[in-house]
Design a protein around this ligand. Sequence first.
Ligand SMILES: [Zn+2]
Length: 260
Amino acid sequence: MLTVLTHDDVTELRFSTWRSRLSRMRVSAFVTRGTLFDSGFPVATPALTQWLRRHPVQAAALTHHHEDHAGGACALAALAVPLWIPDAARALVTAPPRVLFYRRFSWGSPAPLGPYIAAALPLGIEAIPTPGHTADHHIFWDAGTGTVFGGDLFIGVKVRIAHASEDPRATSASLRRIVALAPRRFFDAHRGLLCNPAALLTAKADWIDAMVDRVEQLAAQGLSDADIARRVLGSDRLGRWYTAGDYTMENWVRGVRRHR
Ligand SMILES: [Zn+2]
């Protein structure tokens, strides 16, 4: 299902399926100045293609390689839409790693991206590296309108779960880098338009920094990652089971300790 919302000069393409709604995993892509930012998830590709045939874009840009952002890349290449892909994401989009069941259930499996036309970003829009959620994560910054297309930089203030590769300290630093730009609007891939984004991004960075301090205190006392996660972040037994240990509180703690 595709829901189209208009925010002045920005069009939001909000993709969902009954499966993604079940796991509260709706995903948005955004269009402004003839460029599509992110491309939805693999099973949303027919809806994306249908919309693009009626509303052609000149280019598309991806924030990072995850399949709910890069899932439409093949469809875009098939429509000869030039693509901007972060350097570090290219190999992961052209040969996507196998995704686990819980992600396939919600979003489908990404197809490998074949040959495509490389795009330049529109004049005045800059890609800023914002590692943490993934190493290849970028946001797109339009200084003229104070707008951020933020991918998965935010998601929520207190996101207590993480993938194994996430780096909470790097996420905090990335958040503060974007706050320093004094953004007026922030378009989040899962939350849509955030008003007053500086306050929300700062709250998230402050929360991460406070949790990192607590994790380090307990680690110094010799507690295990699992024990620290339980004490600092809470219990995620159901989520741990559903994601087969892929998106968990323990991974959040591990991310703190691995990336010192
Ligand atoms: Zn992601």
